[in-house]
Design a protein around this ligand. Sequence first.
Ligand code: MOS
Length: 736
Amino acid sequence: MKMSTAIGPNALDDGAQGVVGRPLDRVDGRLKVTGGARYAYEMSQGPAAAYGFVVEASIGRGRIRSIETRAAERAPGVMLVLTYQNAPEQGTGNHHDAHPVLTGPEISHYGEPVAFVVAESFEQARAAAYLVQVAYDPLPGKFALRDGKDLAYVPEGGNAPADSAVGDFTGAFAEAPVQIDVTYTTPLQSHAMMEPHATLASWEGDKLTLHTANQMLSQGRQTVAKTLKMPPENVRLVSPFIGGGFGGKLWVNADAILAAIAARRLNRPVKTALTRQQVFHVTTHRSDTIQHIRLGADPNGRILAIGHDVVSGNLGREQQYEGAAVQTRTLYAGANRLTRHRLAALDIPIASSMRAPGEAVGLLALECAMDELARKLDLDPIELRLRNEPAEDPEQHIPYSSRHLVACLQEGARRFGWDRRNPRPGQVREGRWLVGMGVAAATRGNPLRLSKANVRLGADGVVTVRMAMTDIGTGTYTILGQIAADMLGLPTEKIRVELGDTNFPEAAGSGGSFGAGSSGSALFDACNSLRAKLAGLAGMDPDKARFADGSITAAGQSKPLADLVGPGGIAADGEIVPGETLKNFSQQSYGAQFAEVGVDADTGEVRLRRMLGVFTAGRILNAKTARSQAIGGMIFGVGAALGEEMALDPRFGHFVNHDLAEYHVPVHADVPDVEAVFLPELDDKSNPLKSKGVGELGICGAGASLANAIYNASGARIRDYPITLDKILSVLPSQS
Ligand code: MOS
């Protein structure tokens, strides 16, 4: 079906089996905690695999002068050393559609693979990798965003236009009685998913199978085919379990291509995994940003002018920018508006999507600037947002599909005890702790992508769902089972969901918060087709038939589904095609983030004390997995506010802290009390499930709520993330 118009009442509203929405445990939970779920590196296929190890460039930019592989080739167990001198020619493109490796002597960034050593064991390959001697002619490079920003250019071909302008921003801002003119910066970030990138490649004739950790298998198949110059139908990607991605596995990475090339050369399966350290340079990261925000308001807090300029960086030939001003086009009212994204060409690894690309760091700036405006107006920050609630999308002049930001703010304020907050910063003290509360809005775009599904009811009464969708730890297996159960009137024990294989119908995969909506809608469509077929077999009107408890019922007649199915079972296909509702309605999910922090009055140390997110994201498909998604995202936001930062060595373009000891993500002790609540909502413009994306909503605004709480607690307004204690200490007023 095509998503052209609003969805009327449908079988999911009916909830015949009462399954969708329930907080069911993840169906793969037991497999995961018992080690039964096997990941790419644990797979085997055919003869015993050889093991590959990547050798990384140790300069930031330049040329390989010579590469000496003989010592490595003579090392125990080694059977192949691939370099640019013996690698095959490959297809090229941006990182979304090709990922050629070992293409020549040029080095474009630190850590770029320069060789791939394959041996009988991983240890032998790793030992031999250190015997590869590479001599370089280095060239000066541009590594730091601040060094590239003056030459930044207008990126082309992003998800959204780089610029937007409505009214006369410059004039309106200049004349606004109240002005905020601030620059926020966010650092380089790494996805830091649990499972490092890994691939097992094996060939049968000219057919390639890759067991690989990848979020978007159907897209990845195209990328592999284009890179290796082979027909897509000869490429199969398999990935039933993925240990997190956060965007770091959206695209095909070097592990997959190197393993495929080596396996073909050796006529033997080849397995490889990046080390944790290699993940930082060999795969993608999130760019740092410089964000200039200007808000002009009248004395009552009504925004007259809103401007957001963003500079991010990327490897020279790439066009993907960090869309940090995209939400500023739609979040608040205001007649005069200007947003611009610029891209600096740098000589560092490819910057790409990381959890809530755009909003996650855009809201770190915008939602703190709003807090600054509220302070300047002496207005409650929630009240400021209520006064700027738009009646329609303020740039596109189209209605919202659904928008309940105000309800989220008000319900959150009630639950969090916002009325106990002292609006003047630095006033509340408990022992050595300065205590404060902060609030921020959350919003995330709600995309829909083409997806297909196949559903089969077998003679045994078991339904099998198949699609090339992935579950990266989010609960996809579980929610798809719930949808099929309600649509077909069967208990979830009778539904088997099979994902993670490009032999199954094409699917959008897990990314951009489009996963559940897109795959679930394709499944919804397939189930509707199957319902029609079953009703036909039962001699019933499909529009009147009710499916529940394993039977189809119409006009007082009831028949068990199993009786309608022959030995071969009965199957149906479905698909969702994005349509006009994406153009005719401004689609976002919304929320309100609340944080309470303590700031040590002497050391500047920050402790999160409690956190609440109140969200609306259409129909919630599983209350437990949605809540877990939201909480996980909020904790991601805690990391963005307080700790996460890749430290760049500006001499070599090297990420110095390339491991999880030194790249600081929150741990249990950092996260005492986090709660997430979803308010009821149905969005009939979003998709037939009436759901909206949940995955990335939790991080949006979360970090800003901490930053605003730190300000409320201590009076320290830090505009350079992460907010580490040294920055707080440098501005903390003396308390003694
Ligand atoms: Mo997400 S950054 O699209 O995995």
